[in-house]
Design a protein around this ligand. Structure first.
Ligand code: ATP
Ligand code: MG
Length: 370
């Protein structure tokens, strides 16, 4: 798939912008704080209906404005589609998402319309950092591929919120009535939680297959990469049992201590947990393998390559990893941000756009050949 046109109005530091990314590689370059990541964020918004940086939509509206609007024209195998997202600074006013001009009722309807894989410097720390980032990685990916997963996650988050609220009350005063309500929330949590667990296991197996092969190539055949889910291994009934077993402890602590919201997965290199034992370079290569595998899984599942967004990662990679990345992404529409064109290390691109204070300048529009 390919974004043919991206238009922004009052989005972040942009008053107006109209970009036509090239089918291949488009480079967006400029000094710090000029609006490069903001543009990536706008694409991400059209993919999943939210920012990758904040959960507060109002932050995306240009200061002093009453509405932000982002529109992406996407060419897919089944034709060109238009996704529009309008956001408001007032929290009472809900964002509006349209598909080919028609408002959608549930955000899940947006999933899969525009698929993108975003790769930023934080992703290079995927192996090293805590479980939150790794869970987010899984949740975002599976949601884009399967709206049913996204809906299950939403139901799970709502039930979790309610259960935690109740546990908090139970911390203060115990009562039989509260306990029976807890039972109800346990059932809700187990129902949606089991869907989440099942789909995560399926996705992780697909991801592992691709990542193993890519990592083998990136490491010159020296390293074998495996993924292992670390958390609940349970169906719906099993989750009910786990929640019940944790109930006393959860009441004491005032929150839910077991379930997919606490789970993690281990990245194993040559039989050892990479988070604990791999060197920084090995961890970064493993992160790169996972990101590239993500593209492959998406390509396989949707029969179409996603759009690749590389935000500031080129300067973070050494020459050989950079080359690996660029050779792997042939045929994928890619948007790369960097501060200087030199950061690309001589990589080919079709279009270069400079960004300065939220204004785009396409005057440097040329093709470099190696
Ligand atoms: P870097 O190279 O440091 O990553 P960048 O070009 O990616 O920089 P962005 O994160 O895209 O920078 O843009 C940041 C700029 O956008 C900042 O100057 C910030 O003040 C501005 N900004 C963020 N939100 C808003 C908003 N709601 N309204 C107006 N300006 C905003
Ligand atoms: Mg940035």
């Amino acid at each position: 798939m390919r974004i043919e046109r991206l238009r922004l109005r009052s989005f972040r530091n942009y008053e107006e912008a109209d970009v036509r990314p090239a089918p291949g590689v488009t480079v967006l370059y400029g000094e710090n704080a000029q609006g490069k990541t903001n543009l990536m964020e706008a694409v991400h918004l059209c993919c999943v209906g939210r920012s990758h940086r904040t959960s507060r939509d109002r932050e995306l509206v240009r200061w002093g404005e009453s509405e932000a609007y982002v529109q992406a024209d996407v060419r897919r195998r089944d034709g060109v589609h238009q996704v529009g997202v309008a956001l408001y600074p007032n929290e009472q006013k809900k964002k509006k998402i349209t598909l080919n001009g028609d408002p959608i009722k549930r955000i899940g309807e947006l999933m899969g319309q525009v698929n993108a894989v975003l790769f930023s410097p934080e992703d290079l720390r995927l192996v090293k950092d805590g479980p939150d980032g790794r869970r987010r990685f899984l949740d975002m990916e599976i949601s884009q591929l399967q709206p049913a997963y996204f809906y299950a996650l939403q139901r799970y988050a709502r039930a979790l919120n309610q259960r935690n609220g109740l546990l908090h009350e139970l911390q203060l005063h115990r009562g039989d009535a509260l306990f029976s309500t807890l039972e109800e929330w346990d059932a809700m949590l187990a129902q949606s939680g089991a869907v989440v667990l099942r789909k995560r296991a399926q996705y992780l197996a697909q991801l592992e297959e691709k990542a193993e092969e890519i990592h083998d190539a990136l490491s010159g055949g020296r390293e074998k990469l495996k993924l292992r889910y670390a958390g609940c291994d349970a169906d719906e009934e099993g989750l009910v049992r786990l929640l019940r077993a944790a109930r006393e402890e959860d009441c004491r602590r005032g929150f839910t201590s077991v379930g997919p919201h606490r789970d993690d997965y281990k990245i194993i290199i040559n039989g050892k947990d990479a988070r604990a034992f791999a060197s920084q370079g090995q961890q970064r290569t493993a992160a790169l393998s996972l990101k590239l595998a993500e593209i492959e899984v998406m390509r396989e599942e949707t029969n179409e390559a996603p759009v690749l967004l590389l935000d500031d990662v080129m300067s973070e990679l050494d020459v050989s990893r950079r080359r690996m990345l660029l050779t792997r992404i042939g045929g994928v529409q890619t948007m790369i941000t960097c501060t200087h064109l030199d950061d690309l290390g001589g990589a080919e691109y079709e279009k270069a756009i400079s960004i300065c204070e939220g204004k785009l300048n396409e005057s440097v529009d040329k093709i470099l050949r190696k």
